[in-house]
Design a protein around this ligand. Sequence first.
Ligand code: SF4
Ligand code: SF4
Length: 58
Amino acid sequence: MAYVISDECINCGACAGACPVSCIKPGENKMVIDKDSCIECGTCAGVCPVGAPKLENN
Ligand code: SF4
Ligand code: SF4
């Protein structure tokens, strides 16, 4: 599992600066999480103003 960023992302960048493993990078229209590096800490979800990072179970 890993967190994924939904289309609700407004590209504020807060999550990227807060991620302890620096696995959030700018994508085309939103920030994108590197699934293989995400440790599911939930920090990005906690700092996001619009609740875009969500835990994906696949
Ligand atoms: Fe980074 Fe944690 Fe968010 Fe995963 S859950 S992207 S490790 S801040
Ligand atoms: Fe997008 Fe939320 Fe990250 Fe801001 S904190 S870049 S809105 S996912």
